[in-house]
Ligand binder design. Sequence first.
Ligand code: ADP
Length: 397
Amino acid sequence: MKVLVINCGSSSLKYQLIDSETESVIAKGLCERIGIDGGIISYAPAGGEKQEQQIEMPDHKKAIELVIGYLTDANTGVVKDLSEIGAVGHRIVHGGEKFTKSVVINEEVKKAIEEVSDLAPLHNPANLIGVNACEALMPGVPMVAVFDTAFHQTMPEESYMYALPYEYYEKYRVRRYGFHGTSHAYVSNRVAEILGKKPEDLKTIVCHLGNGASVSAVKNGKCIDTSMGLTPLEGLIMGTRSGDLDASIVEFICKKENISVSDMLNVLNKKSGVLGLSAGLGSDFRDLEKGYNEGNAGGKRAIEAFVYRVVKYIGAYAAAMDGVDVICFTAGVGENSGFVRKKIVERISYLGIKLDEDANGKRGEEIAISTADSKVKVYVVPTNEELAIARDTVALA
Ligand code: ADP
């Protein structure tokens, strides 16, 4: 079956057409600046030339119309007509407590996604716009919702509850949800496969280190804790997000700088993390590494703090699971930066880990970076959220 995977943001839309039999990408691309002047769409068929076009996209329906146009184009398209697309898988950011796994989308599901929108006001409404646009343009094609939060719904109360008045949970469902679930699920299952073991027999820590970053503790195939919280702001130091901090800082800075809580949240989400720590050197680890190696104090400060936070979470999750068998690195930084991986692994040698320096020098490969005699194994497992979405979509459609 050919499955269209859609990841819809408020002004962007990423898409991939995947052949579920071969699990290969048939075509992929990105629509940017939807609803904003200066729209741009890209389309890359597998083995073909990437195309880019500047075109206004007043809404997501127009963007999906254009995507379909590219996919079915007589010369450079990859399908004869839309009937070849068997199902559409949609990435939905927040499923609240309602969705513990992927589901076929119907009116009731859409209503439930809308109901949890106050937990992800920037993401869920945009995700739904993508669903509605696809339904309008591809009537009768099954649509599946795959949630970023679903994998983490197995967390026990002790790890998902915040120590706040309990009524906030009862009234507003304030708790830890966790994100990047599709990635944590894919990587923890994949590493079990690589090791020739069942997920049920492993204690795994997954470090998803990208621009957004999170760690999860996966015990016997189930997530028991993760670093992101009610929103993706908590946990690790990220590209531009602060991660964990003392909540009192919010009021303190609001008073000092005479800004609102919303302004401050914007600072915590968009101007903090390694970008903030490096005093503006950047949020991209390639720039930070370069700065670090050239003796830039901001680059060094940001990378050391980033590494330290990851090391703390690994220690905490090894304790939470009463041990750890395998640690996985994934996403942009985790897959590509041997520099950052080495710094992390060197600080967890107490777990009986020895780094294989040659293997760690590789980039973007599925590979063991611990030596054969290492007590705890360390792997790089490139994530593939689109494939995981396509698999769920086929299974349900
Ligand atoms: P997201 O999906 O959260 O936007 P990604 O998983 O794509 O993020 O990761 C983006 C991050 O990966 C950026 O900070 C980028 O610098 C980093 N990255 C990509 N390639 C490299 C590399 N070769 N070395 C170091 N960092 C890299």
